[in-house]
Design a protein around this ligand. Sequence first.
Ligand SMILES: O=P(O)(O)O[C@H]1O[C@H](CO)[C@@H](O)[C@H]1O
Ligand SMILES: O=c1cc[nH]c(=O)[nH]1
Length: 389
Amino acid sequence: MSKSNCNDCACRLASEVNQLKAVVKAQSKMLSKLVQHIKDGCKKDVEVKESSLKGLLNPCLKCLKPDTLYHLGLDTETTDFPKVFGDVRFVCMGGTKGRMEHFAYYVMQEIGLKINAATQLRDMAEAGNRFSMFKVGPVLCVSHGIGCPSISILLHELIKIMYHAKCQDPVFIRLGTCGGIGVDPGTVIISSEAVDGRLDSFHEIIVQGSGEKYDSQLDENLAFDIKLCHDPCKDRYEAIIGKTLCAHDFYEGQSRLDGAFCEYTPEQKKAYLEQLRSQDIKNIEMESLAFAALTGRAGIRSAVVCVAILNRLKGDQIQTPHEVLIKWEKRPQELVARYIRKVLYFSDEASDEAEEMEEDEEGGRNGSVKVAQGGAGDTQKAPEPEEEA
Ligand SMILES: O=P(O)(O)O[C@H]1O[C@H](CO)[C@@H](O)[C@H]1O
Ligand SMILES: O=c1cc[nH]c(=O)[nH]1
């Protein structure tokens, strides 16, 4: 074994030992709390009266009885929102159902939750036939489709879930893919803010004929905390914080030359992308503006974590093999799962969170679990964590 391999091994081992120590410490803290709880005669927690959302929400929400969340196929009459969603602390979103279902199983393993081998996670938004939503303890994993209009409809309904369920201090995170600007493919970019195609940092929507602009800054501390979950010793890719351009189209809106229409020259394309680079834009994707603006209006801390699947200064077409894309797509998931794990187990509030999760496992709020239709043969197995090649 070469010396550098040996150092790598030692470094990895030391970090794993430290992690294990912290888990054991958190678990024994949790156990003593549970014992105390039993001794105290399982006193009921003080009932939470309202969600902690600080934003200026629609005052009419409290009058909607029931409130129907059409695109999620849910309503406040047939679903007890506080009971089902009251423990949600993290809302993770990404373009596709496959990615978010994979993330649900992955995060379940990373935060130490288990479901019976004959069960699988249920898509809680199946009835809406638009988005997919899986719940794993305090983590909600939701697909958002493509573009600001799609994610914005979903965000309205998710924020209403937080409100009706009386959720406390939820954090929203988008896990996506993007085109990098002067960065190596495979790099993870955590957005500091979202800007539009004119490089303005607001999301504009037309309301009753006039343009309303909403700030599109993202939470600086959250971005930094997620970046801290990147381990330069172990992870064989870079993670950076930078500005993100949010386009309303994949082709002309991102200055590509390979769309069905193209009325600019390759030189003009190059000049635009170089201008983006000179303005410190690190990547282009299609949802961050609406995501930042709507979460901001609700007073929700939020982050956008995307992996670059190409460097736009070098081309337009995505020709990377599928297996490589799948591997890259997991990078934002790894960082975010580590962040969630850290908040749940290693923060000051960790033992309280862990205690709640323990109770939920018994009380049935642990996840969107359903029994597999055809027994063990149909069971969807949680994916094994993958080692980077
Ligand atoms: O990988 P996701 O999260 O779907 O996001 C990116 O990919 C889509 C375009 O292919 C856009 O939605 C863009 O934002
Ligand atoms: O170039 C890209 C790649 C992914 N998503 C985008 O929006 N653009």
